[in-house]
Design a binder for this molecule. Structure first.
Ligand SMILES: C[S@@+](CC[C@H](N)C(=O)[O-])C[C@H]1O[C@@H](n2cnc3c(N)ncnc32)[C@H](O)[C@@H]1O
Length: 319
């Protein structure tokens, strides 16, 4: 192996060894090993309980397809050596620059049909991940501490999970004895996945635990006039969303005052909204409804993430 890639393999090995002890102690089987630590190696490497998912970003020095292929081959060799994995356990994904998990275009498309699907354990719960067929795996590792917070605070609460994806926050809320959960997402694929996640954790279908396929914005507009109110809302919207089933595109930067005012209307007094975004340049608008806002970001980003700007997260209490 080229010495530069031996060094990369050694880095993977060293970090993995260090995190393994922490992971065992905290009952976490999926964690981030590498995130663009070396500028010339624009990769993310995540460990999923015996498999590695490798996102390779555009690398400026690869100015032709052959150079790109040669680079990827060396990267895969370094991952295999550093993490002691056979090729069938390494899942390579390509990601264009500036596209984070919430930036819209194509991120939720199916990539292939290899069905590298398995259940992984996180803090006492089980989640189905698909390591091969989508750009994302079904479990966003950066919100692990936020999920734990939701579980701690869910007992006896009516919980609303907006933009719910595979329902991991909902599983935590039910594990924390939420009185009811309402899980809303635009996608049937992800709602079915959320139901499977519930089943994996022994959470039986029940009338007080609802899965709703809807555009959250349309649903929120109607919900404000209905009678149901909530104690805890998780609102982790995409940066942009422009599905054909929506009347107009959503952009968190522009639309968050309306989104948060609808959440405010649905919260009981003293109720809490956990609001999060991956949009780097995010600033709250001046015209927010009456919330006491606490920035949780330093606590909500897990210790395996070197990138402390992966998301921002606030605890917003309805006054
Ligand atoms: C970034 S994920 C949210 C992450 C999730 N909160 C979590 O931590 O697992 C984006 C999700 O929002 C959903 N989505 C995007 N636009 C939506 C909309 N207007 N209404 C409902 N769901 C939407 C997508 O289907 C996808 O499941």
């Amino acid at each position: 192996m080229d010495p530069a890639y031996e060094q990369l393999a050694n880095r993977f090995r060293r970090v993995h060894k260090h995190l393994r002890k922490w992971a065992k102690r905290t009952d976490v089987s999926c964690y981030r090993i590498y995130e663009k630590d070396i500028p010339d190696q624009p990769l993310i490497v995540d460990w999923y309980d015996g498999d590695a998912v490798v996102w390779a970003f555009a690398r400026t020095r690869n100015d032709n397809p052959e150079a790109e292929q040669a680079w990827l081959a060396q990267v895969l060799e370094a991952v295999a050596a550093g993490l002691d994995l056979g090729p069938e356990r390494i899942h390579l994904k390509r990601r264009a620059p500036q596209k984070d998990r919430q930036s819209g275009d194509g991120q939720y498309e199916r990539l292939e049909q290899r069905r590298a699907v398995k259940a992984v354990r996180e803090q006492g719960l089980l989640f189905e991940v698909n390591l091969s067929d989508y750009l994302d795996t079904g479990l966003f590792l950066d919100h692990r501490p936020t999920r734990a917070l939701v579980r701690e605070q869910a007992a006896g609460r009516d919980v609303l999970n907006l933009f719910a994806y595979t329902g991991s926050f909902t599983c935590y809320a039910r594990a924390g004895d939420a009185r009811s959960t309402t899980t809303v997402d635009l996608s049937n694929t992800y709602l079915d996945w959320a139901s499977r996640n519930a089943a994996l954790n022994g959470q039986q279908p029940a009338p007080e635990h609802r899965f709703i396929k809807a555009d959250c914005l349309a649903w929120l507009a109607d919900a404000a006039t209905a009678s149901a109110r909530y104690d805890l809302i998780i609102c982790d919207p995409p940066t942009f969303s422009n599905s054909t089933s929506m009347p107009r595109p959503f952009a968190v930067e522009k639309d968050h005052p309306w989104l948060l005012s609808q959440c405010h209307a649905l919260l009981r007094t003293g109720g809490v909204c956990y609001f999060s975004t991956n949009f780097r340049g995010f600033e709250f608008a001046a015209d927010l409804p009456a919330f006491t806002i606490e920035d949780l970001t330093t606590r909500s980003i897990p210790e395996d993430f070197r990138n402390k700007r992966i998301h921002r997260c606030w605890r917003m209490v309805r006054t």
